[in-house]
Design a protein around this ligand. Structure first.
Ligand SMILES: Cc1cc2nc3c(=O)[nH]c(=O)nc-3n(C[C@H](O)[C@H](O)[C@H](O)COP(=O)(O)OP(=O)(O)OC[C@H]3O[C@@H](n4cnc5c(N)ncnc54)[C@H](O)[C@@H]3O)c2cc1C
Length: 432
């Protein structure tokens, strides 16, 4: 559905003579992060356009699944979309963390945090579709899809975007451009923002399996010397496998036939869930750590994978992006309410100060976890086993780690605090 470009301006804002605005802000990228920002700006008074290159149904069909942190759930609840998401996703109530098959397993339970769940696991469509539908209730947001931004020109008072909409081209003008266009962000490179980081020596294999026995809402994170291996529960007693291994090994593993692949899986997975059945295809992704040197420039802000990427261990990447979206929405809303120019660097710097350091901490944490565990060096084996022993025995350390993993450390966006009547996991439909 391609919407007509509107020429309206929000009531409090008058057009600057140099550039008549079509929108107060344009968000490029209608993935989960871009959609979260657009939905969080409902009722903000800002006139927003969301531009997504992939057609509506293609974007929702991505075969990805994510660990969703408690804080992300609170953000979705604050937006008003959690009720639609919750019935389609699974909760995990236990997490078992271990160094390969060493007997010292750290058990995290809901009682440790006093919550109904420690987190959730959602397939891509279970997040994307409710957000897309919620946008229809946001009269201040136009959804331009499919439409691709092919050129951007920064002016003192705004940004001019050239779009490809089907066979036609269009130009729109906006005060602020938000890049939510993913890890290979063309907006970021076009603006000359450098990134730092590296490609890991590992790739990540993802697959869906159906175990014979119930998964009991349990997530496992096992650190094998070749890389972390996670099992995440999904509705319908299915599980998501997120398995990191050195590139060559990962390539060889996905090339195996189903029986051989399942045999390798069982070697890491154990027999605790009985017979395993593969569901659908398995995929392999390269893994990288990346942090943009800047999250903002005059008239430009980066969010989600456009700003940072991390190792999949601990399922942090999307959750950081959801927090970026909530933080940016809060900063912009407050600036708008005070009559400030939302594209001004001073305003945007507030968002950068909030999120850049917090994201860097998570990037460092995931990198440290991966490096500490993905080897067989005797000294590191001793240190990490001591670390796991301490996690089991030293309660404040356990709670700290749990809060870090569930997104409850760091500054909480206001939208997460205004989550309405906490519908909790106990209200989820029964799963087989
Ligand atoms: C193997 C693997 C497992 C992962 N597991 C987890 C997990 O368990 N938990 C977690 O939190 N994270 C996880 N992640 C990370 C997560 O996938 C990403 O952080 C997240 O998908 C990024 O979302 P995004 O909206 O920022 O970007 P994307 O999902 O990449 O969305 C960008 C959108 O922008 C659009 N776009 C791009 N350019 C243009 C343009 N010029 N014009 C218009 N539209 C454009 C694209 O079509 C796309 O829809 C994992 C990643 C990998 C690789």
């Amino acid at each position: 559905m391609v919407e007509q470009l509107s020429q309206t301006l929000s009531p409090q804002q008058t057009p600057t003579p140099q550039l008549g605005y079509d929108y107060d802000m344009a968000i490029v990228g209608g993935g989960i992060v871009g959609l979260t920002l657009a939905c969080a700006l409902k009722d903000s008074g800002l006139n927003v356009v969301l531009i997504e290159a992939k057609p509506y149904s293609v974007a929702a069909a991505k075969g990805q699944a994510y660990a969703v942190h408690l804080l992300s759930g609170h953000i979705f609840a604050g937006i008003g979309v959690w009720d639609k998401i919750l019935p389609q996703i699974a909760a995990f109530r236990q997490v078992y963390l271990s160094d390969a098959d060493h007997a010292n397993v750290v058990e995290f339970q809901t009682a440790d945090l006093g919550t109904d769940a420690l987190g959730y696991v959602a397939e891509h469509h279970a997040l994307l579709t409710p957000l897309q539908e919620f946008l229809q209730k946001c009269p201040n947001v136009s959804y331009l899809c499919p439409a691709e931004v092919v050129e951007t020109q920064y002016k003192t008072f705004g940004v001019e975007l050239n779009l490809k909409v089907g066979d036609a081209s269009r130009t729109i003008r906006t005060r602020l451009l938000v890049a939510a266009d993913g890890a290979r962000s063309r907006i970021r490179t076009g603006a000359g923002i450098n990134t730092r980081g590296w490609q890991y020596w590992q790739s990540c294999i993802v697959a869906f399996v159906k175990p014979e026995k119930p998964h009991n809402d349990t997530a496992y994170e096992r650190f094998w010397p070749s890389g972390p291996f996670a099992i995440l529960p999904l509705p319908g007693n299915r599980c998501r496998i997120v398995w990191t291994a050195p590139h060559e090994e990962a390539k060889a593993l996905v090339a195996l036939d189903d029986e051989q692949f399942l045999a390798e899986l069982r070697r890491r997975y154990g027999e605790q869930m009985g017979h395993l059945e593969l569901e659908g295809d398995r995929f392999v992704f390269p893994v990288q750590l990346m942090q943009s040197d800047r999250y903002v420039l005059p008239r430009l802000a980066l969010i989600g994978d456009a700003a940072h990427c991390c190792h999949p261990v601990g399922g942090q990447g999307l959750n950081m992006g959801i927090r970026d979206a909530a933080a940016l929405a809060q900063v912009l809303q407050s600036a708008y309410n005070q009559g400030e120019d939302i594209g001004d660097l001073l305003v945007l710097k507030r968002y950068e100060r909030w999120r850049k350091q917090e994201n860097l901490t998570i990037l460092g944490f995931t990198d440290l976890l991966d490096r500490m565990f993905s080897n067989n060096w005797l000294l590191l084996v001793v240190i990490r086993r001591l670390g796991l022993w301490m996690l089991r025995r030293v309660r404040p350390l356990k709670i700290f780690a749990l809060k870090l993993m569930t997104g409850l450390k760091g500054r909480t966006p206001q939208i997460a605090q205004r989550a309405p009547s906490e519908k909790t996991i106990s209200e989820l439909p029964q799963r087989s």
